[in-house]
Design a protein around this ligand. Structure first.
Ligand code: SF4
Ligand code: SF4
Ligand code: SF4
Length: 237
C-alpha cells in the first residue's frame, strides 16, 4: 500500500512555525517513518507529488511565492495554512522593522506586500498562531488523516485568561488584544505578563469598536495595524 504523502512548504516566512514542527522531536521521527514527507527544512526532499496533505507556512510576497503556492495547490488534496503569515498575511518582517523601513529595503521594487495564501488559492484548513502550537499541529494532523477537520476555537483569548485567574493587563493600561482574538493558545502571553498581540486572528464575533472604546476610556493608544486580522483578510498592502 502506498504511504500517505505529506508536503511541508514555506513561502516568505521566518520558518518559526517549521521550527515548532521540528520541536515535536520523537513524534516527528515517527511521522517521518510512517509517511512520505517532503520538506526542505527537514532535509526530506523527494518526489512526493501528489500530496494527500500539504502544509504551507509563510505569506505571499512575490510572484515566485504565488507561482509556488499555486503549484502546491494543484498537487494537493488538502491544503493547510500554517501560522499567522499563511492565515492572515503575517508580520514576520514587521516584527523587526516598520513598513517604511521595509519598503526602503526593496528599492525600485513594487511596494512591499504580504498576503495571506487564501488570496491566491483555496485553503481547506488553518492552523493559526505566530508561531503555531506544536501540539495543535499534531492534533490537526491526526484529524486530517481521518478526513476530519477540527472546529476552530470559537472563544477568545480572554476566556482562557480568565480561567487562569490572570490579572487583566488592560486594567494596568496595556493594549491587550485578548478580547477580540481567537483563543486556543491557553492565553500564553498574558499568563507571562505580556499583552496578546492577536496572532491567532480575530474571533468570529470580535467587537472591535467595543475594545477601542475601552482603550479610549483607559487612555490606551493603539495603531490600526496592531489589530488582529480576519480570516483571509489582507492585512497590509
Ligand atoms: S507565523 Fe510567525 S513564526 Fe510562523 S512563519 Fe510567520 S512569523 Fe514566523
Ligand atoms: S489580560 Fe488580556 S487576555 Fe487577559 S483578560 Fe485581560 S484583556 Fe483578556
Ligand atoms: S496570547 Fe495572543 S499573541 Fe499570544 S499566542 Fe495567544 S493569540 Fe497569540
Amino acid at each position: 500500500m502506498d504511504k500517505i504523502r505529506v508536503g511541508i512548504f514555506n513561502l516568505s516566512s521566518c520558518e518559526g512555525c517549521l521550527v515548532q514542527i521540528l520541536n515535536l522531536e520523537d513524534i516527528l521521527l515517527n511521522i517521518l517513518k510512517t509517511f512520505e514527507v517532503e520538506c526542505r527544512v527537514l532535509g526530506t526532499i523527494g518526489k512526493s507529488e501528489p500530496y494527500d496533505i500539504a502544509f504551507v507556512e509563510g505569506s505571499v510576497m512575490s510572484i515566485e511565492d504565488e507561482m509556488e503556492l499555486k503549484k502546491i495547490r494543484g498537487a494537493s488534496r488538502i491544503l493547510v495554512a500554517l501560522g499567522e503569515c499563511a492565515c492572515h498575511g503575517g508580520n514576520f518582517l514587521v516584527k523587526d522593522f516598520d513598513v517604511d523601513e521595509i519598503n526602503e529595503m526593496f528599492p525600485g521594487s513594487q511596494k512591499w506586500y504580504s498576503h495571506p495564501i487564501e488570496r491566491y488559492v483555496r485553503v481547506d484548513y488553518r492552523i493559526p498562531g505566530c508561531p503555531i502550537d506544536k501540539e495543535e499541529f499534531f492534533t490537526v494532523f491526526k484529524s486530517l488523516l481521518l478526513e476530519k477537520f477540527p472546529e476552530q476555537a470559537s472563544f477568545t483569548v480572554c476566556s482562557e485568561c480568565i480561567l487562569k485567574e490572570n490579572s487583566c493587563l488592560i486594567e494596568k493600561g496595556v493594549a491587550c488584544m485578548g478580547p477580540i482574538t481567537r483563543g486556543g493558545c491557553k492565553a500564553i502571553c498574558p499568563t507571562f505578563n505580556r499583552e496578546c498581540y492577536g496572532c491567532r486572528g480575530l474571533n468570529d464575533d470580535a467587537n472591535i469598536d467595543g475594545l477601542l472604546h475601552t482603550f479610549k476610556e483607559k487612555g490606551i493608544s493603539i495603531q490600526p495595524y496592531m489589530l488582529p486580522s480576519k480570516k483571509g483578510e489582507v492585512k497590509r498592502s
